[in-house]
Design a protein around this ligand. Structure first.
Ligand code: RM4
Ligand code: MN
Ligand code: MN
Length: 393
């Protein structure tokens, strides 16, 4: 195939990725949270760090927030501060899993009062989203049961749908509700939104502003995520992604670090749908959802963006005319080799070219290292921490 380099580079430049506020702060496992020197402690610090990622990649202009982790009094000020950094606030993620009231669930809880509390929190998040000009509410629920018989699975479903309907009715025009699923954890017997089919079903019952969010770490081993992506695209309900990678469970490791071929196949489905005129493919929210427990956080985010861009660029190189031909000729391996050819192409020159056209250093890692930012925040943030009497807090 004759590659139109300019078109590939332009597409790379236009392809934006949202980073999560929680990826810049200290996180850990249930065993230990290791403090990273200079890790962001406040929303402002997280935004400042996110601005560094945007500065060297040129493609990360928005930051997802988690409420109440990122709770603030004055959202106009937050919005203005983000703008001063060249950023905007992206998806607002309600937190329905860290209050005592939610021991047996939130939106599916047996007690109406708890359900109402959960609904009220999501409505509060809708208001925050409006205040910061965000158009996405990204909903993940920890709801489920730990033991057979603990609750009626059918009743939980009915309650969940009713709660979601109340939330959906409060969505302003233009705002989307993305419904995330996960097959286990923290509930271990049943999870109320365990898979894409359940999320899709809820979204279809709610209406066109509800869509499905695919978190790449939320499936049983071996699940074919590219096929899920294809089905959601076909239904016009693929709202967005939470990118991360995993070896065993919901590991939240750097996307593309373990399964780069799977990531490529995901993008292949999207580019393929788009080339056939699928309109859903043009309005997908590409977001990262990771926990950087032992690695440097800003560098981890740059690495993640880099890995996503590599997968996307390779998908752009798939020769779709020849692929269609090979399929028609029923050439099983001929078709496979067209994908392989694209996957094996070194796309780094295109990525460097895209960065250079945006006026950036072709190497985002070197650019960040030489900026001195990591050293500066290590100094500044440690100084403030010890001054307040809480070193390492
Ligand atoms: C969940 C899910 C959500 C994220 C929380 C912290 O497993 O991935 O998207 O907000 O973790
Ligand atoms: Mn997620
Ligand atoms: Mn997760």
């Amino acid at each position: 195939m004759k590659i139109d380099s300019d078109a590939v580079v332009e597409k790379i430049q236009r392809f934006t990725i949202e980073t999560p506020s929680w990826g810049y702060g200290d996180t850990g496992t249930r065993f230990k949270v290791f403090h990273w020197p200079g890790a962001a402690r406040t929303l402002r610090e997280k935004l400042a760090d996110a601005a560094q990622v945007h500065a060297v990649t040129g493609v990360c202009p928005s930051v997802a927030i988690h409420i109440p982790w990122d709770m603030e009094d004055d959202w106009q000020e937050v919005k203005a501060y983000a703008q001063s950094l060249g950023l905007r606030i992206g998806a607002v993620n309600p937190n329905l899993f860290q209050e005592d009231a939610y021991r047996l669930g939130s939106l599916s809880h047996i007690d109406t009062q708890v359900r109402q509390r959960g609904i009220a929190h999501v409505l509060e998040c809708i208001q925050i989203a409006q205040a910061v000009d965000s158009d996405i509410i990204s909903l993940w629920l920890a709801d489920g049961t730990n033991y057979p018989g603990q609750d009626s699975l059918r009743q939980r479903r009915v309650r969940l749908l009713e709660s979601l309907q109340e939330i959906y009715a409060a969505l302003p025009a233009g705002m989307r509700l993305l419904i995330e699923y996960k097959f286990f954890e923290p509930a271990f017997y049943s999870t109320d939104l365990p898979d894409w089919g359940t999320s899709l079903h809820m979204a279809q019952k709610l209406g066109p502003q509800a869509e499905v969010l695919v978190d790449t770490g939320h499936h049983p081993q071996g699940t074919n995520i590219p096929q899920i992506v294809a089905q959601l695209l076909d239904e016009g309900r693929l709202g967005g992604f939470h990118f991360n990678d995993r070896k065993y469970a919901d590991d939240d490791l750097i996307v593309g670090s373990l399964n780069p071929f799977e990531l490529f196949c995901i993008f292949h489905e999207i580019v393929d749908a788009s080339s056939e005129g699928n309109t859903n493919a043009g309005r997908i929210a590409y977001m990262i959802d990771q926990s950087h427990n032992i690695e440097p956080k800003i560098e981890a985010m740059i690495q993640s963006v880099y890995n996503i861009q590599i997968a996307y660029a390779k998908a752009l190189l798939v020769d779709r005319t020849r692929l269609r031909q090979a399929r028609e000729e029923q050439s099983v391996l001929g078709a496979y080799r067209i994908l392989q050819e694209a996957y094996e192409t070194d796309v780094r020159p295109w990525l460097s070219e895209a960065r250079q056209r945006m006026g950036l250093d072709p190497d985002p890692f070197a650019a960040f290292a030489s900026s001195g930012y990591a050293e500066r925040i290590t100094q500044e943030r440690t100084a403030v921490a010890s001054a307040s009497g809480y070193p390492g807090a």
